[in-house]
Design a protein around this ligand. Structure first.
Ligand code: ADP
Length: 318
């Protein structure tokens, strides 16, 4: 029996993206499943099978041979956010410089870094709040530079954003701030009432639905911002210090709530300099920005995969 023993994840700035060589070259697939052991190795843009002869075969899927039957054990996920050599300048000064980054569907990715490192700028670019100076961004298959004005609202509807400064509408109630997202998406009143009620309850803000944002504390406003970001079940959640105004207990509750959206299939990109929060959270990738430049993240060991079931096993192997 072939053993799929390890999965390493680390980022490589320019890992080659190769088509499904297994399909194009069946002999490679046969070789990969014949050899023992086969290790799955995934890089940022490249998913490879490491054969026991030391060769890496770039693949979209890893197959294992279980009692004579070939079984798909792992599949490369497609990217939902891609930045290619992106820079953002304010005057002569670079807020971001030559950022190349890829986030896979359903992943939770943290961007960390000191104040002024460029975290908010990165999220602003993805939300089209400001244009890039150089480079290209592809979101959900759409090239942002080629997106017509009319299409921007459609893209934004797929994204839930938690802004660092919340950006709540000050003269509208908590309920209205949240329900507007669903109204813009054309949801019927019954659905809006139910969904807004749910997110208010989960964020502990049910008692404040008639309140105006300026009457709330910073932490309460942040909870409303979280509720508004998730109420539309977005494909992508962009969060800028989403627990920055919360006490430790509320931060834990809100983080777990956001994690539920990952479980449901949303992709999360969270900017945070809260290392304690990051360390306690099971993430897929962690990047650090330093003065606008992305540094290579450290190696992260993923859970081992059971070759029989294809499921992750407890206690990943190093
Ligand atoms: P972070 O979110 O990591 O604290 P920011 O993305 O807010 O960092 O800022 C990165 C750099 O870009 C900082 O030097 C900041 O002063 C600068 N910057 C951000 N927005 C603007 C702006 N609108 N005009 C000029 N400079 C800006």
């Amino acid at each position: 029996m072939s053993v799929l023993s390890k999965c390493f994840c680390w980022a490589s700035k320019s890992g080659p993206t190769v088509g499904d060589l297994f399909e194009k070259t069946p002999s490679l697939k046969e070789e990969a499943v014949k050899r023992d052991p086969v290790k799955a190795v995934c890089k940022e843009n490249c998913f490879t099978a490491l054969l026991d002869n030391g060769y890496h075969i770039p693949v979209n899927s890893i197959y294992v041979n279980v009692e004579g039957r070939t079984k798909k054990a792992m599949e490369r996920k497609r990217s939902i956010i891609q930045l290619f050599d992106v820079s953002k300048q304010y005057g002569a000064r670079y807020a971001l410089k030559n950022i190349t980054l890829s986030v896979k569907v359903g992943d939770l990715v943290f961007i960390t870094g000191a104040s002024g490192a460029g975290k908010s700028t990165l999220l602003n670019l993805l939300y089209l709040a400001t244009p890039v100076s150089q480079g290209q961004i592809i979101m959900g298959g759409m090239n942002l530079a080629r997106l017509s004005r009319e299409k921007i609202p459609y893209l934004r509807r797929r994204i839930g954003v938690i802004f660092q400064d919340f950006k709540l509408i000050s003269h509208r109630s908590v309920y209205d701030n949240i329900s507007l997202v669903l109204e813009a998406a054309g949801q019927p009143p019954g659905v809006i009432k139910k969904k807004v009620g749910e997110v208010l309850e989960r964020t502990g803000m049910t008692d404040y639905l008639d309140a105006l944002p300026p009457s709330l504390s910073g932490g309460e406003q942040q909870k409303v911002a979280v509720a508004r970001a998730v109420v539309g079940d977005p494909d992508i959640i962009l969060a800028d210090e989403p627990t920055g105004s919360l006490d430790a207990c509320s931060a834990e509750v809100i983080t777990q709530y956001l994690m539920e959206y990952k479980e449901k299939g949303s992709t999360l990109l969270i900017a945070s300099h809260n290392t304690e929060l990051i360390n306690r959270t099971e993430y897929d990738a962690l990047y650090t920005l330093e003065a606008g430049e992305l540094t290579q993240p450290g190696e992260k060991i993923c859970a081992a995969v059971n070759p029989t079931t294809g499921e992750e096993m407890e206690g990943g192997m190093s």
